[in-house]
Write a protein that binds this ligand. Sequence first.
Ligand SMILES: Cc1ncc(COP(=O)(O)O)c(C=O)c1O
Length: 455
Amino acid sequence: MESGGAVKEVPLVRVEPPGPKALQVLEEDREFLMQSFVRWYPLVVEKAKGSLVWDVDGNVYIDLNSALAVANVGHTHPRVVDAIKKQAEKFLHFSLTDFYYKEAVDAARDLVGISPFDSAKVFFANSGAESIEGSLKVARGFFQGKRTYIIGFLGAFHGRTMGALSITSSKPVQRRWFSPLVPNIIHVPYPYPYRCPFKSETPEECGEAVLGYIEEWILGKIVDPSEVAAFIFEPIQGEGGYIVPPDNFFRGLRKLADKHGILLIDDEVQAGMGRTGRWFAIEHWGITPDIIAVAKGIAGGLPLGAIIGSSDVMTLPGGSHASTFGGNPVSLAAMREVINIIKEERLLERASRLGEEVIKFFNDMYEETEIIGDVRGKGFMIGVELVKDRKTKEPAKKELATLINRCFKRGVLVIGAGLSVLRIAPPLSIPEEHLWRALEIVGDEIRRLDKEVRA
Ligand SMILES: Cc1ncc(COP(=O)(O)O)c(C=O)c1O
């Protein structure tokens, strides 16, 4: 079965997962791997193509999460695989830390070309966390160590290495046991319209309240603005719950940053590379940050991260930052092909158009059920927040886990975010048949859960 074909036979769960072969792998996984991950269900992957995934027991699944927002152009896109093979024949590695290669320059030019900057420079890394680490260094380094504070947002997820972890604040388990973390980091509330931490009637009032809080209580009472190097934010909080901030927020934050000469670091690791129907999600709000961090979907499944920053900010001096593997030529070849595919297959337009239809699908379900508290998103980054009761907004945490596992058993791969948010992030190229077939199952299971909660 190919990625676009035979949808009537998809999904095809023949053996209840985990089947016998999967069970064997699970047992060995427990024996040989440290068990520090977050696993929603026992999917043991054999292969993946387009928006379909096969497990080791021959079951087929439709991937509504792009293997964690990575397979934006679909799994194993033949053009990406080809580009990888070609580069692999030329050279696999030659470190940019000490040498030069044209592949890196061409790839950087491509990235700058899709970025919102007039003039920009790139630093290549290997992962999201590493791009964030580098972004923090670029910001502090820009002020030559004179501004040491970073302001981040509650609910944020920026990665798990010590610097990235220090600004992450999505779940206590991620930080517990790892202190002391990097000092001079302050967290402020994120404008979460459905659960605004401040009294507010509209999303915009929530945005204003957060901006006011930063100015009055943080910059006015804890740290002088002249000590702050950067604000760091996700344009749509991912792991924190697929939270879309109000329309006035980023304009206000840009203004506040400009007033005090503070840099804006935009973490587009999850929301970038076309996921929201724009190359970078921040474009939805018409402001330009100073630094953008990307990874995940950038290289179609190969490890790669990048920092793209305005030329006047990307000024770290020789010897102050580098990485042996950052900008691996094979990953860069994949990245260049991903950019071409997104352009040629018009995937930004596609994600915008289909994303609106998916949001409408869930809004209709909102009317039909009571378990959905909020539906939000842009392009193919859509969150459906489940609540036990619409008045109290109590998160339907256990119910989310049940829903996700039932979808898995019927051949649909979805996962959660925040406390009780279903995240829908399919490949931008998912065939419509697959998308609607999968959503039909998700819809069925939401209805079933809704009835059980009401019973
Ligand atoms: C917004 C955001 N930033 C950073 C990261 C860290 O990326 P990585 O897991 O590649 O280190 C993630 C990963 O989920 C993310 O969603």
